[in-house]
Design a protein around this ligand. Sequence first.
Ligand code: ADP
Length: 158
Amino acid sequence: MRKAVYPGTFDPITYGHLDVIKRGLNIFDELVVGVTTNPNKKNLFSLDERIMLVEETVKGLKNITVKSFDGLLVDFAKKENASIILRGLREVSDFEGEFQEATVNRKFNPKIETVFVMTSEKYFYLSSSLVKELASLGGSIEEFAPKVVEEKLREKLK
Ligand code: ADP
């Protein structure tokens, strides 16, 4: 059985993340979305809010669970009995950071493999930051994130 963890900040989840999740579910038997807090990023949503938004977004999908974690990603993967870390790749700018992370994770635990999937080109440019920026300027984010995210963003930015 192939189990993967898909870690991220998800501040908030977008259709780009959902695309990665669906691709992951086509490859792996089970997926754990691991919501974490990156100390280098200032989050708009609390951990509980980010988890709730992921849960609402993946409702109806099978073989998926949503959990929070802190500490090392490889420790979380091990605890979950997952041998794969799933990450999404957008344009080239993602590569450097992802390459560094995957290399460090491999050093920490060589048994855990990082697997990258490319999103649909529709979402190549899409990021949580873009969604937050558009919403703060009063733009519609209908194309980029689920309704529940749009509603929470409006509330938050009021
Ligand atoms: P992190 O802080 O770990 O980068 P994010 O929530 O920003 O957390 O991203 C989690 C993962 O999802 C990363 O692998 C990121 O590259 C990927 N991702 C985010 N948005 C997209 C997108 N539009 N297309 C493909 N991958 C994406």
